[in-house]
Design a protein around this ligand. Sequence first.
Ligand code: GLY
Length: 421
Amino acid sequence: MNILILGGGGREHALAWAVKQNPKCARLICAPGNAGIAAIAECAALDITNGDAVAEFARSNGTDFVIIGPEAPLAAGVADRLRAAGILCFGPSAKAARLEASKGFTKEICDAAGIPTAPYARFTDPNAARTHIRRRGAPVVVKADGLAAGKGVVVAMTEADALSAIDAMFGGAFGAAGAEVVIEDFMEGEEASFFVLCDGETALAVGTAQDHKRAFDGDRGPNTGGMGAYSPAPVLTDAVADRAMTRIIRPTLAELARRGIPYQGVLYAGLMIADGQPRLVEYNVRFGDPECQALMMRLGGQALDLMLACAEGGLDGARVNWADDHGLSVVMAAKGYPGEYETGSVIGGLEALPQDSLHMVFHAGTARDGGGRIVASGGRVLGVTGRGGTLAEARARAYALLGRIDWPQGFARSDIGARGV
Ligand code: GLY
């Protein structure tokens, strides 16, 4: 089978690595890919948000199956375009991708389906938003309605921070994504990620994870796209996962179907869990990054079978073969991230590291320079990942790998998974 993966981050390296374990994969192309992906797949330059270009590329390369990694092509309707061209594809339609592309739309679905989530209000007028914040007080959560590369959510612990977020969003910090904001009550509890495959009819849970959003140890510093993750999430017990399926995931899918929007792809629910009761924080319409790195390490080659079953409408009867294992991924980022950072610094020591079912360094922002050396080309650069029979073992493996990477211009948190252990 000829497979095309769209994207070029750590998530896509992990997806490519898992897909390659499966003997069904004969040829793998990744667009645009990165230096790590290039070691296991062909990389191609392609505008992955242009559905016509992607469909033409897939057709001319004899692609049998397209896996869409990030949210931007999904929101741009690339999955719709591929399906219209008769190309099998993993990822929801643009209408379904509004679950991530519009925070207000998700709240509307929650209202219609009675899904537990934080009380909220939507605003297009900054003064009305400010009045609402003064009336409700802090802590409060301010969200840009649209896609903002993971930076559009501010958990404001003071009224002043919430008002600054309003100024930034309506001031254009996130472009059109901030033209509307959702303001919601702060929820207490422990946050975890729940990943469910949906084929339009059947939903199948494929794993849980916990992410570390702040840049520095002890959950300090600015919010990032994620500095490390581990899977499974201890707080998302089977009982909590069952409740999330019954009260959140299935009602969401049913409400979408009622509106003529069948969901096909992975649905990533960010949940806040308190006293064993899950409430919805947000939806994403793709795998989490770096949660995917920890999850793919555990799923291995069966990930391709599951994504294929999802795309073909065959999840009924599919099951996940779980091992009793744990995955943990530590992100190495360029110093300065998530603010200003430099690119082009050389990363040494990678070639000597083991790469097997217990150890992987997934590349996120890397490239090769003129001399063939691996250099940093983004903010989040590597996902140093271990797997083990316990979380402590997975964690020890990941940090042992990290200790052998020679990159003075990079940094990582030293406490990923520490609380879980
Ligand atoms: N790690 C958070 C996300 O992928 O949105």
